[in-house]
Design a protein around this ligand. Structure first.
Ligand code: GDP
Length: 295
């Protein structure tokens, strides 16, 4: 569907080579292509501009101009820089507590409940943990039912209390329940709203303060592009979360939100969601995302 940026740049440089020496101007022109690719992939404009400026500096420093394969060298520098910007190596989730508590945050529809189930499944199967899912959405009974369905799918117990209207209390009850049952991971699914609002932020901040989780994850729909960055900023300034989960990367998004979010909030992306099924979760690898963004 997309022409690979690597192919595009290689072709551009081949043409240039036929017309004598490659100059700084040519490199700048070519980096415009990179910037365009980043913008197409939904990378925030400022982030893309700063990024290509850095790549240009590096490229000139590494003698791209006299290289026999300037296109390939430029692509390599671009990929390396992209990877570095997105965190370099994969970042693990903290599961050191007993029980270890993970608090989900994010807007309604971002994929929190689905991801909670996927994470429970992942921790059970890949990390040998005994998880409990806790339903803290006190506004939508359907959300509680949905978490029960998800729990059943992955064979993980779900704690809920439809009589209790205080999400802080439900979270605390859930943790107590896990302790009694000898479960060593607690995943708390919370209520999101369609847009950032004070009430939601206060509520999730209160839960965080009351239970002091090992890990606060911010879940965001990668299809929402630039909005994803603004939402991430709002949640981070209030919650100072530990990591990001980018969902719906199975769609036709190029994943540029990953780069923008990482750059803007400076928190690692830890997981990506790649489908609706319970096994459609991947650990986030910056290098793979760099490949995807560049096509
Ligand atoms: P919540 O309101 O944040 O709890 O969001 P849900 O978990 O209910 O997800 C909202 C919708 O997105 C549901 O229809 C999910 O099946 C879907 N969804 C969640 N994660 C993914 C994903 O990684 N890929 C796709 N294609 N759909 C997803």
């Amino acid at each position: 569907m997309f022409e690979s940026i690597s192919d595009k740049l290689d072709r551009a440089f081949k043409v240039l080579k036929g017309h004598g020496q490659i100059t700084e101007v040519n490199v700048a022109e070519t980096l415009k292509e990179v910037r365009r690719a980043l913008l197409d992939a939904d990378v925030n404009f400022k982030v893309a501009k700063t990024f290509t400026d850095t790549v240009k500096e590096k490229a000139l420093g590494q003698n791209v101009l006299t290289s026999v394969t300037p296109g390939q060298l430029l692509i390599k520098i671009t990929k390396d820089e992209l990877t570095k910007l997105m965190g370099g190596d994969a970042t693990d989730i903290n599961i050191s507590g007993n029980p270890s508590v993970v608090l989900m945050s994010g807007l309604q529809g971002s994929g929190k409940t689905t991801f909670s189930g996927k994470l429970a499944n992942f921790l059970k199967k890949k990390k040998g943990k005994k998880p409990l899912l806790v339903a803290c959405d006190v506004y939508r009974p359907a959300a509680i039912d949905q978490l029960h369905v998800v729990g059943e799918q992955v064979g993980v117990e779900v704690y809920s209390n439809k009589e209790q209207k205080d999400p802080v209390k439900i979270a605390q009850e859930g943790i107590e329940f896990a302790k009694k049952q000898g479960l060593n991971m607690v995943i708390i699914d919370t209520a999101g709203r369609l847009a950032v609002d004070e009430k939601m932020m206060n509520e999730i901040a209160e839960i965080k303060n009351a239970i002091n989780p090992q890990e606060v994850l911010f879940v965001v729909d990668s299809m929402t592009g630039q909005d994803a960055v603004n939402t991430a900023k709002a949640f981070n300034s209030r919650l100072n979360f530990d990591g990001v989960v980018l969902t719906k990367l199975d769609g036709d998004t190029r994943g540029g939100a990953a780069l923008s979010i990482r750059k803007v909030v400076d928190k690692p992306i830890k997981f990506i969601g790649t489908g609706e099924k319970m096994d459609a979760l991947d650990v986030f690898y910056p290098e793979r995302m760099a490949d995807r963004i560049l096509g």
